[in-house]
Design a protein around this ligand. Sequence first.
Ligand SMILES: NC(=O)c1ccc[n+]([C@@H]2O[C@H](COP(=O)([O-])OP(=O)(O)OC[C@H]3O[C@@H](n4cnc5c(N)ncnc54)[C@H](OP(=O)(O)O)[C@@H]3O)[C@@H](O)[C@H]2O)c1
Length: 184
Amino acid sequence: MSLQENAPTIAVVGVTGAVGQEFLSVLSDRDFPYSSIKMLASKRSAGRRLTFEEKEYVVEELTAESFNGVDIALFSAGGSISKEFGPIAVNRGTIVVDNSSAFRMDENVPLVIPEVNPEAMVKIKVGMGKGALIANPNCSTIICLMAATPLHRHAKVPSFSLYFVTHFLICLQFVNLCRPCLVR
Ligand SMILES: NC(=O)c1ccc[n+]([C@@H]2O[C@H](COP(=O)([O-])OP(=O)(O)OC[C@H]3O[C@@H](n4cnc5c(N)ncnc54)[C@H](OP(=O)(O)O)[C@@H]3O)[C@@H](O)[C@H]2O)c1
């Protein structure tokens, strides 16, 4: 249980969705400290009850006011919701971690995989009262770079081509398919 006084306040936008539910699992698995957590989704889900870490929460409709007093908001309700509500949250002092493609190509928004380039968000700090946006790449890019980055650091590969990435993913998939036979 990571409910703690003086820890950041959190909101999960799109909490009723597949990714939103995964956010909750990861927060719990990692004992991520929080002092409160807001469960946000569309009007359709407002009033729905859900249990997180043995506590019951009521899902609230996402509005501009949802971010008052929120330190960190995890967004996974699609690109258009991120585009509309991300900047609103930032203006209210919230650090937004956006899982959609909305800000990936925005050069003012760090595109971060924590295990690959955490330095890109080094100036973003919880508790300073200053909002910020952090984007993350799509899932296949994250998986590929998690494996390719140590190789890149070791071998100083100047750039990865799309061919390399595709080839690398096919090889990974092949190894994965063969693993049960190899283990036997
Ligand atoms: N980075 C990645 O690798 C990656 C991977 C997968 C997905 N994603 C992103 O995550 C998003 C969600 O994917 P998912 O599979 O979790 O989808 P999903 O299961 O359909 O869930 C969508 C979530 O968004 C909420 N939502 C929809 N319209 C809304 C609105 N007007 N206001 C507030 N909340 C709203 C839904 O709430 P209701 O239940 O109330 O409708 C639900 O909680 C995708 O659109 C994509 O942008 C990113």
